[in-house]
Design a protein around this ligand. Structure first.
Ligand SMILES: [Zn+2]
Length: 258
């Protein structure tokens, strides 16, 4: 663990950044909820905070949070990602079965996770597609939720489908009867992430934890197999992390779900 002490309860200070704390003084949550001792420091961070086990991370993770700054420029979608990222970070900064599982691959998963950046694929697949699979069977393909380079390590970029289950609980179902032919719309279908309804906070946290499993090569690649392997990977994340994912609701309340 690079961060001393237990991660404070869900707060905007879990990322130890002076600047963001100052900027947040006027937030509804205010600095009162910032129980992180690191975050309260007004002087420059002592260098010792940056030693720790951050071998994988070149810049001192306690000195700035460029990822947070970046997400703060990405509108509502950025805020939703940030909220889920805060929760995932909080989980990984705490001693629990989920963190232990990631540690089987990397000694300081929180430090690596903090460097992961995010992009939104605005043109990502928006439909659930039904297509014949031979022998009278049909396959249902959900729009992808997110993707990341396998074993990309620190500073990997997780790409989130703007039209998938990270943001939405449902998608239009289309029938792809003839390749390249006209699509026939068949109403709406719920889309989920594991057991969680798409667009829910828990679904979002689970997505980030799943993608992070690829970042450190803890989960096997599942890009080719459109559903089965990815689902299995999600189940593996849940087995280790479900209690933490469900431990409480959003870290802060100023983006109440709508
Ligand atoms: Zn995957």
């Amino acid at each position: 663990m690079g961060v001393p002490g237990p991660a404070s309860s869900a707060d905007p200070c879990s990322v130890n950044e002076n600047r963001s704390i100052a900027a947040r003084a006027g937030d509804r949550n205010g600095s009162a909820s910032c129980s992180h001792s690191l975050a309260k420091a007004s002087a420059p961070m002592p260098a010792v905070l940056c030693n720790g086990s951050t071998r994988a991370v070149t810049p001192c993770p306690a000195s700035s949070d460029a990822v947070r700054d970046d997400l703060n420029t990405m509108g509502k979608q950025g805020q939703l990602i940030l909220r889920a990222r805060d929760k995932a970070l909080e989980i990984l900064e705490t001693e629990n079965a989920c963190t232990d599982w990631y540690r089987t691959r990397n000694s300081d998963p929180a430090a690596v996770f903090r460097t992961v950046t995010f992009a939104v694929d605005r043109k990502g697949e928006a439909f659930v597609r039904k297509a014949p699979a031979g022998d009278g069977f049909e396959m249902i393909y959900n729009p992808y939720v997110a993707s990341v380079e396998q074993d990309g390590g620190p500073s990997s970029t997780v790409t989130i489908n703007a039209n998938g289950a990270f943001f939405f609980p449902a998608a239009s179902l289309v029938e792809d009867r003839f390749k390249g032919g006209p699509l026939s719309f068949q109403g709406t279908r719920w889309i989920q992430v594991g057991p969680y309804v798409g667009g829910s906070f828990r679904a979002q946290v689970l997505v980030l934890l799943h993608e992070f499993g690829h970042v450190i090569d803890l989960l096997p690649e599942d890009r080719e197999d459109r559903d089965g392997k990815s689902r299995q990977n999600t189940l593996d994340v849940l087995r280790a992390c479900r209690a933490e994912v469900e431990s409480k609701e959003a870290p802060h309340t100023f983006f109440s779900s709508r």
